[in-house]
Design a protein around this ligand. Structure first.
Ligand code: FAD
Length: 318
């Protein structure tokens, strides 16, 4: 079923969903099942699986020279989606990137997903690779998530890339896209950011999932600003609890999010590791309760493989 159909069927009730990331190459599906098994009692209708493109690493050779090597550290998104659907009987939402894909690669990936009966995707641009400095699309790939949305929407209308495909079977992908309550870090301002988010919705995106945030006011303001510019699709808040002290600096650096002073103080003033984890959990519970009270369509938790923490939160909210 499509993600948006779940929202409609819920009739104003707030749903719950989880996001998992593929294990490091060489790992097994057990890691995913170990994360999800304890969370399935909360009945998520769908589970997102992130996508990780290849990265470059530099390996020193015997000669002393460094060799640039491409590796994919976390492959397996599509296989994991199929395994999740098979084991739990819920829908899986693979993340699909512009980065690392030509348009033909994208079309082939969508054909595979369609044949697997996976008809939800989260369409994203992806970040720049570590050594690139800025996002560089593949030659004949997409530069922005907008163009990826357009390609998926074309396939939903039976339009494939190659003109020799006549009467192509229309796919039925429900398309999610990313939104940023604190704006995307490359956008010069929020208006610019909203204009490009609206373009994704106008091109066919059915719903938005937000980047993590720790201050609900930012989410509520964001939704208000989206509505004011005519973005009328469901907006799902993305939530991640802080559990460790180093995240006070790593999360703002990686995800470009502000941490409220009260949260920072609570984590910093806790007397030990467990106290810091509890402070982060308590914050996320309060955030979740307020968002649920406000009637958001779904609470989307970034699990990062830590099901114990996510369980402690969700059981207090549902
Ligand atoms: P876009 O919508 O393309 O926007 C990127 C930037 O370009 C924005 O600043 C936008 O304003 C600007 N822009 C858009 N169009 C134009 C234009 N025509 N001209 C000029 N500027 C323009 N990354 C992964 O690698 N794997 C994942 O699985 C993953 N999952 C994610 C899930 C969620 C819910 C979120 C919020 C993010 C996720 N990301 C993931 C990170 C995401 O790939 C990055 O945030 C990336 O930098 C931007 O992706 P986007 O789809 O928002 O890009």
């Amino acid at each position: 079923m499509k993600v948006t159909e779940y929202f409609e069927k819920a009739n104003g009730q707030t749903l719950i969903s989880f996001e998992v990331l593929p294990p490091l190459k060489g790992g097994s599906m057990k890691a995913i099942f170990d994360t999800l098994d304890p969370l399935m009692e909360f009945k998520p209708p769908f589970i997102d699986v992130t996508y990780h493109r290849e990265e470059f690493i530099y390996k020193m050779r015997k000669s002393g020279y460094y060799e640039k090597t491409a590796i994919r550290k976390r492959p397996g998104t599509v296989g994991i989606c199929a395994a999740i659907m098979h084991r739990y009987g819920v829908d899986a939402v693979p993340h699909l990137l512009c980065g690392g894909f030509t348009k033909t690669d994208t079309e082939n990936a969508l054909v595979d997903l369609n044949f697997l009966n996976i008809n939800n995707v989260l369409a994203l641009r992806g970040d720049a690779r570590k050594f690139d400095g800025k996002f560089i699309p593949e030659e004949d790939g997409h530069a922005y998530a907008l163009d990826l949305v357009k390609q998926i929407e074309d396939m939903n209308n039976g339009k494939y890339l190659h003109s020799d495909v006549e009467n192509g079977t229309p796919t039925e992908f429900c398309i999610g896209v990313a939104g940023y309550p604190e704006k995307h870090f490359e956008s010069p301002n929020m208006d610019f950011d909203l204009m490009h988010t609206k373009a994704k919705v106008d091109a066919g995106a059915d719903y938005i999932v937000t980047q993590m945030f720790f201050d609900n006011r930012k989410f509520f303001d964001y939704v208000e600003r989206c509505r004011a510019v005519g973005i009328d699709v469901p907006i799902v808040p993305g939530l991640k609890p802080i559990t460790k002290r180093y995240q006070l600096s790593s999360l703002p650096r990686i995800f470009h999010t502000d941490l409220p002073e009260d949260l920072v103080n609570a984590v910093q003033n806790a007397k030990d590791k467990e106290g810091r984890r509890q402070a982060g959990i308590e914050w996320c519970i309060q955030q979740s309760k307020e968002l649920k009270e406000a009637g958001v369509p779904c609470l989307h938790y970034y699990t990062m493989g830590d099901s114990d923490t996510i369980r402690s939160i969700v059981e207090k909210v549902y």
